[in-house]
Design a protein around this ligand. Structure first.
Ligand SMILES: [Zn+2]
Length: 420
């Protein structure tokens, strides 16, 4: 059993928290921004200092590799992202990168023997907060292995045209060219060169904290569907048109949303989560009765049968009259539950046990780059407890001790995969 360094982890957490610091305890670090480039340069500097070989692919994904004793062995890769959402925290994504760095630094410092080359990696544009969609570059790299309906969303030429949400003009492709980090396609992650992948990430939920466990042995990413419910009414003047004659699309949608909550809650699945987080109201003027309203509906659960039951309720909305309006239900996309590689999951579990780190099995409700990689390579994830379950905000926090435990578990799990 090998241990990572609390001191070195603490130093990395502090250092990377400066790149894009908002002054309120968090960071804004869009992919390929000058703040993200500071983080990339720091990664490069520290990894070169331990003798790792740096490679950058044509999507600016960065790979730092320590050679193993067998030059022909495939690489074991660990990684996550350095970009954040607007006013995000100091842990989402970056923890997976500094944990991977810590594993390599520990291997170098303690001269831990290993057969396979071991790689720490930065994925470009995971959040998609400036250039949507999220998980863009893992989507492109793993494209050939993705299920068809996910594939459609990650066509490389479309991704290159993704426009900045700030200026509405600059494309991801242009930002990539300008970044100075556009490398060679031949360095992309591939099953020919890589054996398996580990991603350490904050939990982003309250389960580990409530159970008093520092580490989550992640077994799957939950299946989900994302639908859009669209309501069509009649616009008219807010002051002159009688209430009884109205076809108010907003009111119709609000009734449907309440109906969904009531009916879905009746199913009684405690692990089911569902969310309406995006709405469109037309014309969205205070003197006009809305003639159009639509809202998103995202539901997540491990069991596809549960999701089917929920979907039946969602679809039933199209057959009902809502405040005189009509309703259309449209599928945006869905994915089945992605299970991590059983052997890798067992290595993480054994490593946590041997290192005496408190842990439990847990599902991931959020998407991560690892989930696309899982279609290409054996893959797994390690979660670190999130204080109050908070993420994508400046209050994000995991203690340096918990972060170091996460890195220690990953180190020992990687060495098990190496010894296989
Ligand atoms: Zn993340």
């Amino acid at each position: 059993m090998y241990k990572c360094s609390l001191e070195r982890m603490t130093d990395k957490i502090k250092t990377f928290s400066k790149f894009g610091a908002t002054g309120n305890g968090g960071i804004t670090r869009y992919s390929l921004s000058k703040e993200a480039i500071m983080a990339r340069n720091e990664f490069k500097r520290r990894m070169e200092a331990i003798g790792a070989i740096i490679e950058v692919d044509d999507l600016a994904n960065m790979y730092a590799t320590l050679p193993g004793s067998d030059p022909n062995a495939k690489r074991i890769v660990m990684g996550s992202h350095v970009d954040s959402v607007k006013n995000g925290g100091n842990y989402d994504g970056i923890l997976g990168v500094i944990s991977a760095m810590e594993v390599l630094e520990t291997i170098a410092e303690q001269k831990i023997p290993h057969k396979h080359p071991i790689t720490a990696m930065i994925w470009t544009n995971e959040e998609g907060s400036l250039y949507p969609p999220a998980m863009m570059c893992s989507g492109i790299v793993c494209y050939d292995y993705l299920p068809d309906d996910i594939k459609e969303k990650f066509k490389e030429e479309d991704m290159m045209k993704s426009k900045s949400i700030i200026d509405g003009k600059t494309t991801f492709g242009e930002a990539l060219e300008k970044s100075g980090f556009k490398g060679d396609r031949k360095y992309r992650l591939s099953p020919e060169k890589y054996l398996c992948m580990f991603e350490t990430h904050i939990e982003q939920g309250p389960i580990l904290e409530e159970a008093g466990n520092d580490i989550g042995v992640v077994d799957c990413v939950l299946g989900m569907f994302n639908y859009r419910l669209k309501f069509y009414g009649q616009a008219a003047h807010a002051g002159t048109f009688p209430m009884k004659k109205r076809k108010d699309a907003f009111y119709a949608a609000s009734q449907a949303l309440c109906y969904l909550h009531e009916e879905i809650d009746k199913l009684g699945y405690p692990d089911l989560v569902y969310t309406t987080g995006e709405v469109v109201c037309h014309p969205s003027v205070h003197t006009v009765i809305p003639d159009y309203f639509d809202f998103s509906f995202d539901a997540r659960h491990e069991d596809p049968k549960v999701l089917e039951e929920v979907l039946a309720i969602v679809k039933s909305c199209a057959n009902k009259a809502w405040a005189g309006c009509t309703c259309k239900v449209e599928k945006m996309w869905n994915r089945d539950t992605v299970y991590w590689d059983e052997k890798l999951v067992s290595y993480v579990k054994e490593a946590a046990e041997e290192c005496g780190v408190s842990h439990q099995y847990i599902h991931s409700g959020a998407g991560h780059d690892a989930q696309f990689v899982a279609y290409m390579l054996p893959t797994t994830m390690i979660f670190v407890q999130s204080k109050n379950g908070l993420s994508h905000c400046e209050e994000e926090y995991s203690s340096p001790e918990q972060c170091t435990s996460g890195a220690t578990v990953m180190l020992n799990a990687v060495l098990k995969a190496d010894a296989e």
